[in-house]
Design a protein around this ligand. Structure first.
Ligand code: MG
Length: 268
Protein backbone atom coordinates (compact mmCIF):
# COMPACT_ATOMS: atom_id res chain seq x y z
CA UNK A 1 0.00 0.00 0.00
CA UNK A 2 0.97 3.59 -0.43
CA UNK A 3 -0.42 6.43 1.70
CA UNK A 4 -0.99 9.41 -0.58
CA UNK A 5 -2.92 11.82 1.65
CA UNK A 6 -2.55 11.70 5.44
CA UNK A 7 -5.50 14.01 6.09
CA UNK A 8 -8.87 12.93 7.49
CA UNK A 9 -11.45 13.43 4.67
CA UNK A 10 -13.14 16.82 4.50
CA UNK A 11 -15.05 18.67 1.82
CA UNK A 12 -12.91 20.22 -0.90
CA UNK A 13 -14.85 23.43 -1.31
CA UNK A 14 -13.73 25.94 1.26
CA UNK A 15 -16.80 27.15 3.12
CA UNK A 16 -16.91 30.88 3.87
CA UNK A 17 -20.32 31.23 5.49
CA UNK A 18 -23.39 29.32 6.62
CA UNK A 19 -25.91 28.42 3.93
CA UNK A 20 -28.54 26.36 5.76
CA UNK A 21 -30.16 26.46 9.20
CA UNK A 22 -32.12 23.46 10.43
CA UNK A 23 -34.72 24.16 13.11
CA UNK A 24 -36.44 21.67 15.40
CA UNK A 25 -40.19 21.95 16.06
CA UNK A 26 -41.60 21.43 19.60
CA UNK A 27 -39.81 23.63 22.13
CA UNK A 28 -37.81 25.41 19.41
CA UNK A 29 -40.22 27.01 16.91
CA UNK A 30 -43.63 25.91 18.30
CA UNK A 31 -45.02 24.64 21.63
CA UNK A 32 -43.18 26.73 24.25
CA UNK A 33 -41.89 24.29 26.90
CA UNK A 34 -42.41 21.27 24.61
CA UNK A 35 -45.64 20.41 26.38
CA UNK A 36 -47.53 18.34 23.78
CA UNK A 37 -45.34 15.22 23.89
CA UNK A 38 -45.05 15.32 27.69
CA UNK A 39 -48.81 15.58 28.25
CA UNK A 40 -49.33 12.72 25.83
CA UNK A 41 -46.64 10.41 27.25
CA UNK A 42 -47.66 10.89 30.89
CA UNK A 43 -51.30 10.24 29.91
CA UNK A 44 -50.31 7.18 27.84
CA UNK A 45 -48.32 5.53 30.62
CA UNK A 46 -50.86 6.42 33.28
CA UNK A 47 -53.65 4.79 31.22
CA UNK A 48 -51.47 1.69 30.89
CA UNK A 49 -51.12 1.49 34.70
CA UNK A 50 -47.44 2.53 34.62
CA UNK A 51 -47.44 6.17 35.73
CA UNK A 52 -44.29 8.15 34.91
CA UNK A 53 -43.10 11.54 36.09
CA UNK A 54 -42.78 14.53 33.81
CA UNK A 55 -39.00 14.37 34.04
CA UNK A 56 -39.07 10.70 32.98
CA UNK A 57 -41.19 11.75 30.01
CA UNK A 58 -38.72 14.52 29.12
CA UNK A 59 -35.45 12.60 29.45
CA UNK A 60 -35.34 11.15 25.92
CA UNK A 61 -37.23 13.95 24.18
CA UNK A 62 -36.27 14.60 20.58
CA UNK A 63 -35.99 10.96 19.55
CA UNK A 64 -38.51 9.43 17.12
CA UNK A 65 -41.61 8.80 19.22
CA UNK A 66 -41.46 5.00 19.14
CA UNK A 67 -37.81 5.04 20.26
CA UNK A 68 -38.76 7.52 22.96
CA UNK A 69 -41.49 5.19 24.29
CA UNK A 70 -39.08 2.23 24.09
CA UNK A 71 -36.50 4.09 26.19
CA UNK A 72 -39.10 4.98 28.83
CA UNK A 73 -40.12 1.29 29.03
CA UNK A 74 -36.48 0.16 29.26
CA UNK A 75 -35.71 2.69 32.01
CA UNK A 76 -38.87 1.80 33.93
CA UNK A 77 -39.20 -1.97 33.45
CA UNK A 78 -35.85 -3.13 32.08
CA UNK A 79 -37.57 -4.49 28.97
CA UNK A 80 -39.71 -3.20 26.09
CA UNK A 81 -42.74 -5.45 26.59
CA UNK A 82 -45.91 -3.73 25.36
CA UNK A 83 -44.08 -1.29 23.09
CA UNK A 84 -46.19 -1.90 19.97
CA UNK A 85 -49.50 -1.57 21.83
CA UNK A 86 -48.38 1.60 23.58
CA UNK A 87 -47.21 3.14 20.33
CA UNK A 88 -50.55 2.35 18.66
CA UNK A 89 -52.35 4.12 21.51
CA UNK A 90 -49.88 7.00 21.49
CA UNK A 91 -50.71 8.15 17.97
CA UNK A 92 -54.38 9.16 18.46
CA UNK A 93 -53.60 10.55 21.93
CA UNK A 94 -50.86 12.78 20.48
CA UNK A 95 -53.13 13.97 17.68
CA UNK A 96 -55.83 14.83 20.20
CA UNK A 97 -53.68 17.46 21.91
CA UNK A 98 -51.19 18.44 19.21
CA UNK A 99 -53.08 21.40 17.76
CA UNK A 100 -53.79 22.79 21.23
CA UNK A 101 -50.09 22.88 22.19
CA UNK A 102 -48.61 23.93 18.88
CA UNK A 103 -48.79 27.69 19.00
CA UNK A 104 -45.80 29.30 17.41
CA UNK A 105 -43.20 30.70 19.85
CA UNK A 106 -43.11 34.50 19.79
CA UNK A 107 -40.52 36.07 17.49
CA UNK A 108 -40.17 33.04 15.20
CA UNK A 109 -41.56 34.53 11.94
CA UNK A 110 -39.39 37.64 12.40
CA UNK A 111 -36.27 35.58 13.21
CA UNK A 112 -36.81 33.33 10.17
CA UNK A 113 -37.25 36.42 7.97
CA UNK A 114 -33.84 37.62 9.20
CA UNK A 115 -32.29 34.20 8.47
CA UNK A 116 -33.67 34.38 4.92
CA UNK A 117 -32.16 37.85 4.52
CA UNK A 118 -28.76 36.25 5.23
CA UNK A 119 -29.47 33.87 2.32
CA UNK A 120 -29.91 30.90 4.62
CA UNK A 121 -32.02 28.00 3.45
CA UNK A 122 -34.48 26.97 6.15
CA UNK A 123 -34.80 23.25 6.92
CA UNK A 124 -36.59 21.53 9.78
CA UNK A 125 -36.46 18.11 11.46
CA UNK A 126 -38.55 16.48 14.18
CA UNK A 127 -39.26 13.34 16.21
CA UNK A 128 -42.94 13.54 15.21
CA UNK A 129 -44.42 11.34 12.48
CA UNK A 130 -45.22 12.71 9.00
CA UNK A 131 -48.96 13.04 9.76
CA UNK A 132 -48.24 14.92 12.98
CA UNK A 133 -45.73 17.19 11.28
CA UNK A 134 -48.19 17.96 8.46
CA UNK A 135 -50.58 19.31 11.07
CA UNK A 136 -47.83 21.49 12.59
CA UNK A 137 -46.62 22.72 9.20
CA UNK A 138 -50.13 23.78 8.21
CA UNK A 139 -50.89 25.47 11.51
CA UNK A 140 -47.60 27.35 11.75
CA UNK A 141 -47.85 28.54 8.13
CA UNK A 142 -51.08 30.24 9.16
CA UNK A 143 -49.18 31.88 12.01
CA UNK A 144 -46.42 33.12 9.69
CA UNK A 145 -43.70 30.46 9.86
CA UNK A 146 -42.78 28.05 7.11
CA UNK A 147 -39.54 26.22 6.37
CA UNK A 148 -38.27 25.48 2.85
CA UNK A 149 -38.34 21.76 3.62
CA UNK A 150 -39.55 19.84 6.69
CA UNK A 151 -38.55 16.21 7.25
CA UNK A 152 -39.52 13.43 9.67
CA UNK A 153 -37.61 10.27 10.63
CA UNK A 154 -39.69 8.20 8.19
CA UNK A 155 -38.74 10.55 5.31
CA UNK A 156 -35.04 9.85 5.86
CA UNK A 157 -35.01 6.24 7.09
CA UNK A 158 -34.07 7.07 10.70
CA UNK A 159 -34.40 9.87 13.22
CA UNK A 160 -32.14 11.37 15.87
CA UNK A 161 -29.46 10.90 16.95
CA UNK A 162 -28.68 9.75 13.39
CA UNK A 163 -27.86 12.50 10.88
CA UNK A 164 -29.97 11.25 7.94
CA UNK A 165 -32.69 13.92 8.13
CA UNK A 166 -29.88 16.51 7.97
CA UNK A 167 -28.30 14.80 4.97
CA UNK A 168 -31.68 14.58 3.22
CA UNK A 169 -32.24 18.30 3.81
CA UNK A 170 -28.76 19.04 2.45
CA UNK A 171 -29.66 17.15 -0.73
CA UNK A 172 -33.13 18.66 -1.15
CA UNK A 173 -32.02 22.22 -0.42
CA UNK A 174 -28.63 21.85 -2.13
CA UNK A 175 -26.45 22.78 0.84
CA UNK A 176 -22.87 21.62 1.35
CA UNK A 177 -20.46 21.04 2.93
CA UNK A 178 -22.02 20.23 6.31
CA UNK A 179 -19.73 22.80 8.00
CA UNK A 180 -21.97 25.38 6.28
CA UNK A 181 -25.01 24.00 8.11
CA UNK A 182 -26.22 24.79 11.63
CA UNK A 183 -28.70 22.64 13.59
CA UNK A 184 -30.82 24.29 16.30
CA UNK A 185 -32.91 22.40 18.84
CA UNK A 186 -34.01 22.11 22.47
CA UNK A 187 -32.79 18.59 23.41
CA UNK A 188 -29.47 16.69 23.62
CA UNK A 189 -30.85 14.47 20.80
CA UNK A 190 -30.98 17.58 18.57
CA UNK A 191 -27.36 18.36 19.41
CA UNK A 192 -26.25 14.82 18.59
CA UNK A 193 -28.13 14.94 15.28
CA UNK A 194 -26.18 18.06 14.30
CA UNK A 195 -22.82 16.75 15.51
CA UNK A 196 -23.30 13.38 13.81
CA UNK A 197 -24.00 15.25 10.58
CA UNK A 198 -20.74 17.20 10.91
CA UNK A 199 -22.72 20.43 11.34
CA UNK A 200 -22.72 23.16 13.97
CA UNK A 201 -25.10 22.46 16.88
CA UNK A 202 -26.92 25.07 18.95
CA UNK A 203 -29.04 24.40 22.06
CA UNK A 204 -32.20 26.36 22.91
CA UNK A 205 -32.87 26.55 26.64
CA UNK A 206 -35.63 28.90 27.71
CA UNK A 207 -38.46 27.91 25.37
CA UNK A 208 -37.71 24.19 25.30
CA UNK A 209 -37.70 20.79 26.93
CA UNK A 210 -34.72 21.43 29.23
CA UNK A 211 -36.65 24.02 31.25
CA UNK A 212 -39.94 22.36 30.40
CA UNK A 213 -42.26 25.15 31.50
CA UNK A 214 -44.83 27.23 29.63
CA UNK A 215 -43.94 30.87 29.11
CA UNK A 216 -46.31 31.90 31.88
CA UNK A 217 -44.95 29.27 34.30
CA UNK A 218 -41.37 30.32 33.60
CA UNK A 219 -42.07 34.03 33.96
CA UNK A 220 -43.77 33.58 37.34
CA UNK A 221 -40.66 31.89 38.81
CA UNK A 222 -38.46 34.06 41.04
CA UNK A 223 -35.56 35.50 39.02
CA UNK A 224 -32.97 33.52 40.98
CA UNK A 225 -34.84 30.29 40.20
CA UNK A 226 -35.05 31.24 36.50
CA UNK A 227 -31.30 31.87 36.44
CA UNK A 228 -30.54 28.59 38.17
CA UNK A 229 -32.71 26.56 35.77
CA UNK A 230 -31.13 28.27 32.76
CA UNK A 231 -27.66 27.51 34.15
CA UNK A 232 -28.53 23.83 34.63
CA UNK A 233 -29.90 23.55 31.10
CA UNK A 234 -26.81 25.22 29.63
CA UNK A 235 -24.61 22.72 31.47
CA UNK A 236 -26.58 19.82 29.99
CA UNK A 237 -26.11 21.23 26.48
CA UNK A 238 -22.38 21.70 27.15
CA UNK A 239 -22.19 18.04 28.20
CA UNK A 240 -23.98 17.02 24.99
CA UNK A 241 -21.28 18.82 22.97
CA UNK A 242 -23.28 21.83 21.70
CA UNK A 243 -21.22 24.55 20.00
CA UNK A 244 -23.43 27.33 21.40
CA UNK A 245 -26.42 27.79 23.63
CA UNK A 246 -29.01 30.59 23.54
CA UNK A 247 -32.33 31.23 25.29
CA UNK A 248 -34.49 31.18 22.15
CA UNK A 249 -34.42 31.16 18.33
CA UNK A 250 -35.08 34.93 18.41
CA UNK A 251 -31.60 35.32 19.95
CA UNK A 252 -29.69 33.30 17.37
CA UNK A 253 -28.40 36.17 15.20
CA UNK A 254 -25.14 36.79 17.15
CA UNK A 255 -24.44 33.01 17.01
CA UNK A 256 -24.84 33.01 13.22
CA UNK A 257 -22.54 36.07 12.99
CA UNK A 258 -19.95 34.31 15.13
CA UNK A 259 -20.06 31.11 13.07
CA UNK A 260 -19.76 33.13 9.85
CA UNK A 261 -16.71 34.93 11.30
CA UNK A 262 -15.13 31.64 12.27
CA UNK A 263 -15.82 30.14 8.83
CA UNK A 264 -14.46 33.22 7.08
CA UNK A 265 -11.20 33.22 9.00
CA UNK A 266 -10.44 29.52 9.55
CA UNK A 267 -7.63 27.90 7.70
CA UNK A 268 -7.50 24.24 6.75
MG1 MG B 1 -37.96 19.82 20.38
Amino acid sequence: MQLLNPEVPRALSRVKRLNMIVLDWAGTTVDYGSMAPVKTLTELFSRAGMPITESEARRDMGLPKKDHIRNILLARNGNETGLDGLYREFIPLQFACLARYSTIISGIPQAVARFRKRDLKIGSTTGYTREMLDLLVEQSAQEGYHADCSLTPEDAGAGRPHPFMMYSLAIRLQAYPMAAVVKVGDTPADILEGLNAGAWSVGIVKTGNMIGLSQQEFETLPLSEQAQRLRQARTQFAEAGAHYVVDSVAELDPVLDDIDDRLATHTN
